[in-house]
Ligand binder design. Structure first.
Ligand SMILES: Nc1ncnc2c1ncn2[C@@H]1O[C@H](COP(=O)(O)OP(=O)(O)OP(=O)(O)O)[C@@H](O)[C@H]1O
Length: 366
């Protein structure tokens, strides 16, 4: 598939943040928030990124929608380099404004993204004015009422007059979703978009997102620390799950493959932590991880970054960096773990002794 057939294509993306440390900020550290990630998002695709807090999900998501500039690597929208479009002041084949309009976001906290002083009608008029400036006021109202009804906010005439503080959390998130969809986006970054909702409302919201996906022909990059939510939304859409660890994409594949045939020891640990997905989880209540401590992203461990916590780690994992390998010949299921390579030195390498807390700390502070 050529790169202009992908809605968004991320190639070898690095996002490194320089942070000031020490008194008067004289020292600086580099946080490798995203470190060498490639990912293609297709038309009507659903990709769910999963991983612990701080592993780089939001940073990668913002890079995919052209909000965060990568420090290395390329991000393309339909074959057009997004940052080249931004820097070219209008001479690119797809203007930056159009790209940004096509790549939308809904946040975890819709309350914070909705203007408290504007009614729902006003908030939802903005994207329609931007995308369809010729639309009459009457038609705009009709369209907004139709959308509010569509998401179950009845009667729409009453809801359209409300301010954000007069809406529940689920209703605010629906307004945020409509606002994003009215831009006619090709991709919506849904960043923990259901995490703040009551458990009972999460499935409803995910179902609504998927129903509207069909109508609006959009793709979703869905971010969650919760593998159960991610596998629900991506599973219903026949999509993929990407597992992130310390800035890297360590496993990527179709939902069924990731849930029924997880390969990376970190994916298996996430499965263990999501009992509804793992039928064997009850059998062994002890955590499969060596330690629950997440290393400092300013100084990730050498070799495989997961080795300090990996139950399968061997000496080789301290020294070599695993590349991306296809699982059982499936090109759509990839993993970065030596255990997928029958010929790797890993298999002749001694088991890793318990990583002492000291060693883990040293790895984190070197
Ligand atoms: N603007 C920034 N400046 C410095 N460091 C940053 C910045 N943005 C993110 N980071 C750091 O980059 C790393 C990845 O952050 P990111 O928010 O992408 O992770 P995440 O997986 O989305 O986490 P969470 O689920 O908690 O939002 C973290 O260590 C974070 O502190």
């Amino acid at each position: 598939m050529s790169s202009d057939e992908h809605v968004v294509s991320l190639q070898d993306i690095e996002v490194h943040f320089e942070t000031d440390t020490g008194i008067f900020g004289r020292d600086s550290d580099i946080v490798k928030a995203v470190d060498g990630v490639s990912l293609d998002i297709e038309e009507n695709d659903v990709v769910a990124l999963v991983g612990e807090s701080g592993c780089g999900k939001t940073t990668l998501g913002k890079t995919a929608i052209g909000v965060q500039r990568p420090t290395e690597g390329q991000v393309e929208y339909r074959g057009q380099d997004i940052w080249e479009a931004r820097d070219s002041s209008g001479s690119s084949s797809i203007p930056f404004k159009q790209i940004r309009q096509s790549l939308q976001i809904i946040h975890q906290d819709p309350g914070a993204s909705l203007n408290p002083n504007k009614t729902v009608m006003h908030t939802l008029s903005v994207p329609l004015r931007a995308t369809q400036p010729q639309m009459t006021t009457f038609d705009r109202r009709e369209r907004i009422h139709e959308m509010l009804s569509r998401v179950g906010m009845e009667p729409p005439e009453a809801y359209s007059k409300r301010y954000p503080h007069q809406l529940s959390g689920g209703e605010k998130q629906r307004v945020a979703l409509i606002r994003a969809l009215l831009m006619n986006p090709d991709l919506i970054l849904a960043d923990e978009a259901v995490s703040a909702l009551d458990v009972s409302l999460r499935i409803d919201m995910m179902d609504l997102m998927l129903e509207l996906q069909d109508q609006f022909n959009t793709s979703y990059l869905f971010i969650s620390h919760n593998l159960s939510n991610a596998s629900y939304v991506a599973g219903e859409a026949d999509g993929r799950i990407g597992i992130m660890y310390l800035g890297e994409l360590v496993e990527l594949g179709p939902v069924d493959e990731i849930v029924k045939n997880p390969k990376h020891p970190y994916t298996k640990a996430l499965m263990w932590a999501a009992p509804s997905l793992d039928p064997n989880a009850d059998a062994d209540p002890s955590s499969p991880l060596r330690t629950i401590d997440v290393p400092d992203p300013r100084n990730p461990p050498s070799g495989c970054r997961f080795h300090t916590r990996c139950p399968e780690a061997r000496e080789a994992c301290k020294n070599d960096v695993p590349g991306e390998l296809a699982v059982d010949g499936h090109t759509d299921h990839t993993v970065t773990c030596f255990r997928e390579d029958d010929h790797h030195d890993y298999w002749h390498s001694p088991e890793l002794d318990e990583v002492s807390t000291d060693e883990a700390d040293t790895a984190a502070s070197d």
